[in-house]
Design a protein around this ligand. Structure first.
Ligand code: ATP
Ligand code: MG
Length: 386
C-alpha cells in the first residue's frame, strides 16, 4: 500500500483554528485526488496521509497535490514495520539499483514512544544502508535524503520532497470577490487571495453585444484555470455595455474611465454582499495606467464600503507577468480581446479626477437603476475541479 505524505506549515496552524484548517486541507486533498487514485485521506499526528489505490497515477497525483493550498511539501511514501532491521530492509529493497555518492537519513518521531531517539534511528538505519551500499554519509549536502517518520504502529519512508503550493487551505479565510478582466493582472490578484485561503468569487464586466464575446471567452478560460487551485468557483458575467453608453451620453469625456470603474465597484459590491463576500479584490497597480494614479484609485475606491484589496499594488509588470506564467494564466491573458474599458475611452483620460467633479457627473446618471439592472441580469456560471 503506497501513500503520499503531506506536510503543512505548523506556523499557520497554531491555536484554536488548527482542527478546522486540517479538516479543510484533508477535504481539499480528497477532492483533488479521488479520481486519480486517492483512496483515503487522513490526518496523522502533524501530517496528512493520502492512501493510494494500487495502480494510482502518480504523475496525476503529483500534479493535483501540487495545486492544493496549505501544503508545504509532499512525498510519495512507503511503509515499514516499526523495527530498525525491518525499516532498513524495506528501504534497501526500494532503493533497488539507485545510486548516489552520498546520503543521509533524516528521522522524525511523531510517536515519541518509539524507544530510540531520532538521531539514534538515523545512525542505526544509516549504518545499515552504508554497509550494504557503500555510500558516504553527508549530513550537509547529501545527494539523497532518506526521510523516516515514526508513527504509532508503522514507519513511513520516502526519498526527497516535492514543493507544495504553500499558503492556506481554500476557504479558511472566508470569501472575497475579485473583479476579473481578461488582462494579466487580475487573475494573478485572484490567485494571491486564493493562496491566502480565500474562496474567490469572480466578477467580469463585458460589453457584449456592442463588442465581441472575446473577453467573455477569455474569463471563462481563466475561471477554468483558476478553479484548479480553489476547486470550486462562481463566475458572474455583468452586461456593462448599456451602462457605458449612458455614461458616454452625459459625462465629460476625461472622467469616463473613472465613472466606469466606480460603477463596476458598486455593482461588484452588491454582488459580493449577496454572496457574503467580505472584500473586493482588483489587479490594480499604482501608476500602471491613467486610471491607477493614487488620486484615481482613491476616487474609485470611495464608492465601496467593503474593503478593496489590491494584492499587486506595489509590483512591476515584469514581476506580475512572471507570476502569471507560473500560475498558467499568462497565455490566456495575452489573447487579444476587446476589453469593455476600451469602449468609448477618451484619448486623454483624467489622471487626477476630483471627487467633486465625478460626483457632479454622476448626479446626471440614474446610478441606482444601473446597478439594479446589472445585478438582476447577471449571468452566473459554476466551475468545479476536478
Ligand atoms: P488587468 O490586467 O487585470 O486587466 P489592467 O492593467 O488592464 O489590469 P485596468 O484595465 O485599469 O488595468 O483594470 C484595473 C482593474 O480593474 C483590473 O485589474 C480588474 O480588477 C478591474 N477590471 C478592469 N476591467 C474589468 C472588467 N472588464 N471586468 C472586471 N474587472 C475589471
Ligand atoms: Mg485590463
Amino acid at each position: 500500500m503506497r501513500s503520499v505524505i503531506v506536510h503543512y506549515k505548523e506556523i499557520a496552524l497554531k491555536g484554536r483554528n488548527r482542527p478546522w484548517f486540517i479538516t479543510r486541507l484533508v477535504r481539499a486533498l480528497r477532492t483533488a485526488t479521488a479520481d486519480v487514485g486517492g483512496e483515503r485521506v487522513q490526518s496523522l499526528m502533524g501530517r496528512i496521509e493520502i492512501v493510494l489505490r494500487p495502480g494510482a497515477d502518480w504523475d496525476a497525483v503529483r500534479e493535483r497535490v501540487a495545486r492544493v493550498f496549505g501544503v508545504a511539501n509532499f512525498s510519495f511514501a512507503n511503509r515499514a514495520p516499526l523495527d530498525i532491521d525491518g525499516i532498513a530492509a524495506a528501504i534497501l529493497e526500494d532503493l533497488g539499483d539507485r545510486t548516489t555518492d552520498s546520503f543521509r537519513v533524516s528521522a522524525r518521531r511523531a510517536d515519541k514512544r518509539f524507544p530510540l531517539t531520532s538521531p539514534q534511528i538515523e545512525r542505526e538505519v544509516g549504518g545499515r544502508i552504508k554497509e550494504i551500499k557503500g555510500w558516504r554519509v553527508d549530513l550537509d549536502e547529501p545527494g539523497l535524503t532518506i526521510y523516516l517518520e515514526m508513527l504509532p504502529g508503522e514507519a513511513f519512508y520516502f526519498f526527497g520532497k516535492e514543493p507544495g503550493a504553500g499558503g492556506l487551505p481554500t476557504g479558511v479565510s472566508g470569501r472575497v470577490a475579485c473583479l476579473l478582466s481578461g488582462g494579466i493582472d487580475s487573475p494573478v490578484a485572484a490567485f494571491r487571495m486564493m493562496r491566502r485561503g480565500c474562496s474567490v468569487q469572480l466578477i467580469h464586466f463585458h460589453s457584449y453585444p456592442i463588442l465581441s464575446r472575446a473577453s467573455i471567452d477569455k474569463v471563462k478560460e481563466l475561471a477554468t484555470l483558476l478553479t484548479q487551485y480553489q476547486q470550486r468557483s462562481r463566475l458572474q458575467l455583468v452586461a456593462f455595455g448599456d451602462i457605458q453608453r449612458q455614461v458616454v451620453l452625459s459625462a465629460p469625456q476625461p472622467l469616463r474611465v473613472v465613472l466606469y470603474r466606480r460603477l463596476m465597484m458598486r455593482i461588484a459590491e452588491d454582488l459580493a454582499r449577496r454572496a457574503r463576500a467580505q472584500a473586493l479584490v482588483t489587479g490594480e497597480v499604482v501608476g500602471q495606467v491613467a486610471s491607477q494614479t493614487l488620486e484615481n484609485l482613491r476616487v474609485i475606491g470611495d464608492v465601496a464600503s467593503l474593503p478593496i484589496f489590491r494584492p499587486l499594488i506595489g509590483m512591476d509588470k515584469d514581476e506580475i507577468s512572471a507570476e502569471a506564467e507560473r500560475i498558467g494564466t499568462y497565455p490566456i491573458s495575452i489573447i487579444p480581446d476587446q476589453d469593455c474599458c476600451q469602449l468609448f475611452t477618451p484619448k486623454h483620460p483624467a489622471t487626477r479626477a476630483r471627487l467633486r467633479d465625478v460626483e457632479a457627473a454622476e448626479a446626471d446618471l440614474s446610478i441606482a437603476d444601473m446597478v439594479r439592472t446589472a445585478v438582476e441580469t447577471v449571468e452566473t456560471e459554476d466551475y468545479r475541479f476536478p
